[in-house]
Structure formats: C-alpha cells, structure tokens
Design a protein around this ligand. Structure first.
Ligand SMILES: *Cc1c(COP(=O)(O)O)cnc(C)c1O
Length: 397
C-alpha cells in the first residue's frame, strides 16, 4: 500500500461519499472511536477526578500543542491548545496590541473570516482609546501598512477563494515598519507547509477540526514567538494560565512563557480524538501532502473547466498562490451544491455565489476527483440544480 492508501484507510469514510469539505470539518479517524470509548470507560469511568493525575489529563494540552507545533514550524513549548479559534484570535490580537503602546491601527484584509473581524471590532470597543480597524483588499495589504499600523492580522489562506498570502514576505515587510503580526492558520494547518519560525511570525492561531480532522468543536491553538510570550498579560487571565493554579491565590500571576495563554479546563475527550488524527499525520510529511494536494486540485480545475464552463474559477490559477481548496463562482451555487451533496459529492457554499471544494490528500484520491467532476458536469450542464428540493436553505451551508 502506498502512504496515501494507508492514510485513507485510517479514516471512516461513508460508502458512496466523495468528501471535498475537509476544509470545514475533517472526517472521523477510525481510531478515534476506540480511543474515546476507552477514555470514557477506563479513564473517566474508573478514575473520576483522579484522572487529571493518573491519566495525564493535565499535561495533555501541552503534548498535543507540541505535536501541532511540528506541523507549523514551531518549537516545542510554543503552542497552547484549548478554547475555540475565535477566543484564540482575541487573545493573540490583544497580546499583539500590547506590544504596540504607541500605535492604534489594526490592519486586516477583506478576505479575512468574519469571526476574526468581529473579534477585532469587539476588542476595539472593549479597549477604548481610539483603536481603529483598517480593511484592505487582499492584494493591497503590503501597501496599506504604515507607521501607524500596530498589528497586521491576516488569515493566511482566504476561506472563500483559497488565495494564499505570502506569510514570510508580508511578515518581513511588517517588521520593517515596526508592525506586530498575527497569522490565522485555520486553512493552513494540516493543508500546506507552514514555517512560523522561518517566517519570524509573532503570533499565530488556528483550529484543529478542519484539515487536522480533530472532530466537531475540537480545540484551537495559539502560538507566540518565545521572546514575546513573557512580555504580555493575557486578555483572559484564567486560572489554568496562572503561575500556580493549585495555590488558588487571590490575584492573577501569569504562568511562564506561553502557558499564560491557557484559560480554563482542557477538553480531554476532544483532545483524545484529536490525538488519533495527529497520529495519521505522522505517516507522512507536509511537503508530500502539499505536492499531492496540488496534483488533485489541478486535476479538478482542468476537469471542471473542460466540462462545466458555466463555473468560473475564483481561486488563484497558480497552485503556489492558493491553499488546499478550489472555489468556483456560479450564480445558483447554493442549489448546485445541494444537488451535488444529494449525489454524494460533499463540498460547501459560501455566500453570495461560491462553491467551495477542499482537497485533503490524506484521504482524497484521483479517482474521486474524476467522479466529482463527472457529477458537477451533469448537475450544471443538465440544470439539475433547478429541482425544487435544492432551493431550500439550511442553517449551515
Ligand atoms: C473556521 C474559522 C474560524 C472559526 O472559529 P471558531 O471559533 O472555531 O468557530 C475563525 N477564523 C477563521 C479564519 C476560520 O477559518
């Protein structure tokens, strides 16, 4: 078996489904079922509160953080795991602003995910003091940086178009202007090689339920460059980020380094599932995954453009300029995606007209890409999306 046949066999993929939505929620690792069942039965069920010591639950977020660190070019001890990505964005942005006492502008781009932008707006409200949010077009980020900019906050891969920001170059340009950087790796982690140390990134955040396959609501993570971690006071000073949580002191004292970015009790069941997903990544490496992701996405684009020209590519054509997803604009994209899902080809839709397809080499195959293209061709050229059942809008698109 080739490496990718082995990794595919490690996932519980339903029969008859071509899953091209691992960019939203990765599939279930087969080992997660037995691992979480044993955690419930043999750890929680028998050890009760003792499990925090006897089963290593308290140390688990650090162990998981070190495994994620390896996938994003970070050193051990620089990644804290827990909470959701929105919360980690809040922490990272607040921390970055603290390093910039004389500047008031947060710069982001219009391709950023709404939650990141809402969190920035909320933080500006909470902080007072005249902070502003500047939203530039993705291509204009470099020219929008100025001596007024405190923080450059970007999501490396655009969730709608898959457009990839050049993290090392933009980080260098930001630093030359005295700007602190916050990178959101939501659509990068497990999808493309990331080298936070090489890029000299200041702060980074990401989630683990997309390309990492950690499961719905799996915990997020935050990275800080080691020399910065101890210069900041966390925006959410929870007891598990305290220097001595079990001293139950009256007042907060930050823990050493990045441990101060922990907030509360770690999600042990979710971490157990995530660990089984990280095991699968150990069978290969990000460069190999990236090369195969490009093969799959190029094959997909070529196929769709040849047979369904009504779909317009909105992702960068150069594979080096996009992440591991491909997006096509189609006016009736919502209904077309419903029709595809009914045929077992699962992608997703992002308003107003984007049909999004994610490629995950750990389990997607060339044969699946070809079958997906065939289904798209039929749905589009025979107007099958017009059926009434595909017009009904669901809460999650
Ligand atoms: C998926 C995603 C989120 C989601 O945040 P949660 O708090 O995990 O729901 C936030 N930001 C970006 C850039 C994302 O892609």
């Amino acid at each position: 078996m080739s490496i990718f046949e082995q990794t595919r066999a490690a996932f519980a993929l339903p029969e008859g489904i071509i899953y091209l939505d691992g960019n939203s929620l990765g599939p279930l690792p087969k080992a997660a079922e037995a691992r979480t069942a044993s955690l419930l039965r043999d750890e929680w069920g028998t050890q009760l509160i003792r499990g925090w010591n006897t089963c290593g639950w308290m140390a688990q977020p650090d162990k998981t953080g070190d495994r994620i660190a390896r996938l994003i070019g970070a050193a051990p001890g620089t990644v804290a795991v827990g909470d959701t990505l929105s919360i980690k964005v809040h922490q990272a942005l607040h921390a970055a602003l603290q390093l910039q006492p004389d500047r008031r502008e947060i710069l982001t781009c219009s391709g950023n995910f709404p939650s990141d932008i809402y969190i920035a707006e909320g933080l500006i409200e909470t902080l007072g003091g005249g902070y502003t949010l500047k939203i530039a077009a993705p291509e204009e980020v470099a020219s929008a940086m100025s001596a007024k900019t405190a923080v450059l906050m970007l999501t490396e891969v655009d969730y709608r178009t898959g457009r990839l920001h050049d993290m090392p170059t933009l980080t260098g340009q930001a630093h030359a202007k005295g700007i602190t950087t916050v990178w959101d790796l939501a659509h990068s982690t497990g999808a493309i090689p990331v080298d936070l140390e090489g890029a000299d990134a200041d702060f980074a955040v990401g989630c683990t339920y997309k390309y990492l396959n950690g499961g719905p609501g799996a915990p997020a993570f935050i990275y800080a460059k080691p020399e910065l971690a101890e210069r900041i006071m966390p925006s959410l000073p929870g007891w598990l980020g305290h220097a001595a949580p079990f001293a139950f002191e009256e007042s907060y004292r930050p823990g050493p380094g990045l441990t101060r970015m922990r907030v509360g009790t770690p999600p042990i069941i979710a971490l157990a599932a995530l660990e089984t997903a990280l095991d699968i990544f150990e069978q290969t490496d990000m460069a190999t995954i990236r090369a195969r992701s490009i093969t799959l996405s190029e094959r997909f684009i070529k196929g769709v453009e040849a047979t369904a020209p009504a779909l317009r590519l909105v992702s960068p054509r150069d594979p080096k300029a996009r992440g591991s997803q491909v997006s096509f604009a189609f006016k009736e994209g919502y209904s077309a995606m419903q029709a595809l899902i009914a045929r077992g080809v699962i992608g997703d839709f992002r308003a107003p007209d984007i049909m999004r397809f994610g490629f995950a080499p750990l389990y997607n195959t060339e044969a699946e890409i070809d079958r997906a293209v065939d289904h798209i061709t039929e749905v589009i050229t025979q107007n099958l999306w017009q059926a009434p059942e595909y017009q009904i809008r669901h809460a999650v698109t």
